[in-house]
Design a protein around this ligand. Structure first.
Ligand code: FDA
Length: 392
């Protein structure tokens, strides 16, 4: 009995959702994964608490060569739909910030819910199973794996992107897409820390560990969230967000004191007490180490009374419009997601089925739809998995 209506490869967020939905519709479903446990990325997500959705999720929060592709799936399976499942299971959760919903307890509760739902929907799950070959047959697909041969009418590829190889990430989806003549939008590490040049690392060594709220802008996108100096460069939510828009050679514009007119503040301080040092005044709206570093770098170490307006303007710009050109990113090792993937032109936005190979579907992070940081990527995984699950 190695024949199934549906085989889903990849027991992550998207694959489990698709398998559950297909199983509930009475399909005989086999869910395969090469890992020993399902949902490993769910387990480590959100610092172990899984930021499972974002109540504001909409097409504007996603990057894709076709920004409209995600509209249909996101409309049909919404954050409210997933929240209803979490509540029915009595999983306690809270909004942390900016619409981001996290479990109060552990991400493992989300995995347990999905695994139980798979079981209830009679999904057969086979772990530690590597797929060696996929072939198209007259009636569907034939798979050869280390656990035997299987056949199915519909094949769903839910093997995610390339981020964090040590978590089991692979380029399997892209290989299958190429095998069947589908286009790939070049995968890039995204939601990833950015790195400095060796010289800049040396110069900014003293800042490692300092964090500040910042507005970070690049290529028309802007994010106001925390920024963190690391011993390799920049990280924190604002930097992870902008990394999806940044390309090699681009400069970031960073406002380290959002909401403060730094020039006006420096002028007022000079008027009130010209004996104060510039770094002391900057320290009122910046962490001390950062204030000292900026003042020293800008050559403004003396008394404010000795600084003319041009000097103060230059110092204010170093705070509010700091320009920095990252050397690169930390790459696949730490990237939370993959930008790019299977081109949406070849897929139905309603069902995720490929247009050229009936019965072959791609869902989740494998597809060229990438969310912002903050629960948007899981919402895409749930929504695309749900959409395919209604169709297979
Ligand atoms: P996912 O990667 O989850 O699953 C793919 C599955 O396929 C895996 O189980 C893998 O083992 C399997 N697989 C891969 N290759 C295979 C092969 N060749 N054969 C068989 N099986 C194979 N998002 C969010 O919205 N909120 C959050 O809090 C976080 N936090 C977060 C933290 C960290 C550290 C990371 C790395 C990522 C996040 N994300 C996130 C992103 C989120 O985890 C990601 O977008 C989804 O897990 C994507 O779901 P998929 O099901 O598409 O792939």
């Amino acid at each position: 009995m190695n024949s199934f209506d549906v085989i889903v490869i990849g027991a992550g967020a998207a694959g489990m959702m698709c398998a559950i939905e297909a199983g509930r519709r009475g399909r005989r479903v086999l869910l395969l994964d090469h890992a020993a446990r399902p949902g490993e990325k769910i387990r480590i997500s959100g610092g172990g608490r899984c930021n499972f959705t974002n109540i504001h999720a909409g097409p504007k929060n996603y990057l894709s060569a076709n920004p409209h592709f995600c509209v249909s799936a996101l409309k049909r399976f919404t954050p409210a739909d997933f929240i209803a499942r979490v509540e029915a299971r009595a999983i306690a959760y809270h909004e942390k910030t900016l619409g981001q919903l996290f479990c109060d307890g552990s991400a493992k509760e989300i995995i347990a819910m999905l695994v139980d739902d798979c079981r209830a929907a009679n999904v057969e799950m086979r772990l530690s199973t590597s797929v060696r070959q996929v072939e198209k047959t007259g009636e569907g697909f034939a798979l050869s794996t280390n656990g035997g041969a299987f056949q199915c009418a519909a094949l769903v590829i839910a093997t995610g992107g390339k981020s964090i190889p040590k978590m089991g990430a692979s380029d399997f989806a892209y290989r299958i897409a190429r095998q069947f003549g589908l286009e790939i939008i070049e995968p890039r590490p995204a939601l990833v820390p950015l790195t400095f040049t060796a010289g800049m690392i040396e110069e900014s060594r003293i800042l490692s560990g300092v964090s500040a709220e910042a507005i970070v802008s690049c290529n028309g996108a802007s994010f106001r969230e925390a920024l963190l100096f690391t011993h390799r460069g920049l990280s924190g939510p604002s930097i992870l967000q902008i990394s999806s828009y940044w390309r090699e050679g681009d400069e970031l514009a960073i406002n380290l004191a959002p909401g403060t007119d730094v020039f006006a503040a420096l002028k007022t301080a000079r008027q009130q007490n010209g004996k104060q040092a510039a770094n002391t005044v900057l320290g009122r709206f910046l962490p001390k180490r950062l204030a000292d570093w900026i003042a020293a770098n800008d050559g403004a170490q003396g008394r404010l009374g000795d600084c003319n307006d041009a000097r103060l303007k230059s110092l204010a710009a170093a705070v509010s419009d700091w320009r920095v050109k990252p050397a690169g990113s930390e790459g696949w090792r730490t990237a939370e997601v993959t930008l790019g993937g299977v081109a949406t032109d070849g897929l139905s936005s309603k069902t995720m089925e490929t247009k050229s190979v009936p019965g072959l579907y791609f869902i989740g992070e494998a597809v060229d739809v990438t969310g912002w940081l903050g629960g948007y990527n899981f919402q895409w995984a749930w929504a695309s998995g749900w959409a395919a699950g209604q169709a297979v």
